[in-house]
Design a protein around this ligand. Structure first.
Ligand code: ZN
Length: 147
């Protein structure tokens, strides 16, 4: 959409195996493809053209820490299950910069990060597993996606 004020990362996937991550800023976008059957993304740009517009990449060090931790965990398993993916989302290694983020740094109330939900979509079973809030403290609820 033109004239947008900001952008986010959008993950688009299909049961045929297509897996895309669309990085969006206010004026640009880039498309990443999950060539090996997986794709990891956190809160910083991965595409080189998008990295060029980041004002202060050092503000996003925590995002990079989470990215490399998640990438390592994703690559450790050859065949993930809902349980192994939930374990990644509940991971606390590198706390306070862990994948499951608890907003422990309360110095600046306008600059806090926290996990607001954890989501896993199983396209084979056509189910969505969703935990509201931190997945280490809240149960996953299963939603059936069949029409
Ligand atoms: Zn947690």
């Amino acid at each position: 959409m033109p004239h947008r004020a900001a952008g986010y990362n959008h993950v688009i996937f299909h049961e045929s195996g297509g897996l895309y991550s669309v990085e969006v800023s206010a004026r640009r976008f880039a498309i990443l493809y999950g060539e090996d059957g997986y794709l990891v993304h956190t809160n910083h740009f991965l595409d080189d053209t998008m990295k060029a517009i980041e004002k202060d990449p050092e503000e996003l060090i925590a995002s990079r820490v989470r990215y490399f931790r998640a990438l390592r965990l994703v690559k450790q398993e050859s065949a993930h299950t809902i349980k192994t993916l939930q374990a990644i989302q509940r991971d606390h290694v590198n706390f306070t910069n862990s994948i499951c983020n608890h907003a422990t740094d309360l110095k600046d109330p306008l600059d806090r990060e926290k996990t607001i939900n954890a989501l896993i979509i199983d396209l084979t079973a056509r189910e969505m597993h969703l935990a509201w809030g931190n997945p280490c403290k809240n149960p996953y609820h299963r939603y059936h996606l069949d029409a």
